[in-house]
Design a binder for this molecule. Structure first.
Ligand code: DGL
Length: 270
């Protein structure tokens, strides 16, 4: 098993923010990434549809020799994690629990904001996960749906994105959160822009911006060590698949994965 890969999937390029942290923490491991670009976005779909898409994406990943699966999509984690876990004997790691842990570790005041897709926010999964860890916490949530297509477009600095971020941040600033969970794996690429908008439009209002990537990477490191399945020392291979438009995925995805070029991306049939 130690030679098998870590399988990671998302609806698109967003999960590359998690894959990037995993590849950094575990350079010897092979990583197989699948972006389900044919069916993106997941975040506007019903719970039943998200579960069906996520099950199919994982099924495709499991055609390859993998030893653990990372559901690098908050929407799929929020709606489908138990179903996905039932479908395989391999460990399946979601991103909502790790994101909630990151938030609880960062907050000082217990006022935590959560931004995510419509489906993630509607699920109440973050609220539940945070309140389980910190019952006194106050959780304020809001959907940020437009940031998914803007990320897929690679518009991480664009004026349109700046205005969108300003509009989206306003309720979190007004309610005075000290920590904001970027509860969609497409959002961490906007961290520099969010900080800059907080500076320029909200008088330097301070909030910790957290996401699940590093916690997932350290959970995975501990899990592989526990199961004695860590890869031997070597350079891990990174393999990228998507279900539609591979050239586009490679072009935009490159900026999301360790800041470098994406190796060849192969289109996979649904
Ligand atoms: N990146 C995904 C998430 O973390 C979903 C984006 C989408 O497909 O709407 O929720």
């Amino acid at each position: 098993m130690h030679r098998a890969a870590i399988g990671i999937f998302d609806s698109g390029i967003g999960g590359l923010t998690v894959a990037s942290a995993v590849a950094r923490a575990l350079p010897h491991e092979d990583v197989i990434y699948l972006g389900d670009t044919a069916r993106l976005p997941y975040g506007t779909k019903s719970a039943a549809t998200v579960s069906r898409y996520a099950a199919r994406a994982m099924e495709i990943l499991l055609r390859y020799p993998v030893k653990a699966v990372v559901v690098a999509c908050n929407t799929a984690s929020a709606h489908a994690l138990p179903t996905l876990r039932e479908a395989t004997s391999l460990p399946v790691i979601g991103v909502v629990g790790p994101g909630a842990r990151a938030a609880c570790a960062a907050t000082q005041t217990g006022k935590i904001g959560v931004a995510g897709t419509e489906a993630t926010i509607r699920s109440g999964a973050y609220q539940a996960a945070i309140l389980e860890l910190a019952p006194e916490a106050q959780v304020i949530t809001a959907p940020w749906p437009l940031l998914v297509p803007l990320a897929e477009e690679g518009w991480t600095e664009h004026e349109v994105t700046r205005l969108t971020v300003e509009t989206y941040l306003e309720p979190f600033v007004t309610s005075g959160v000290d920590t904001l969970v970027l509860g969609c794996t497409h959002y961490p690429v906007f961290k520099p822009l969010i900080r800059s908008v907080l500076d320029s439009s909200f008088d330097g209002f301070e909030m910790a911006l957290v996401d699940s990537a590093d916690v997932v990477a350290s959970d995975l490191t501990a899990l592989l060590a526990d199961r004695q399945e860590a890869a031997p020392e070597r350079v891990g291979r990174r393999t990228f698949f998507c279900t539609d438009a591979p050239e586009r995925f490679a072009r935009v995805g490159g900026t999301f994965f360790q800041g470098g070029e994406l190796a060849a991306v192969t289109a996979i049939d649904l």
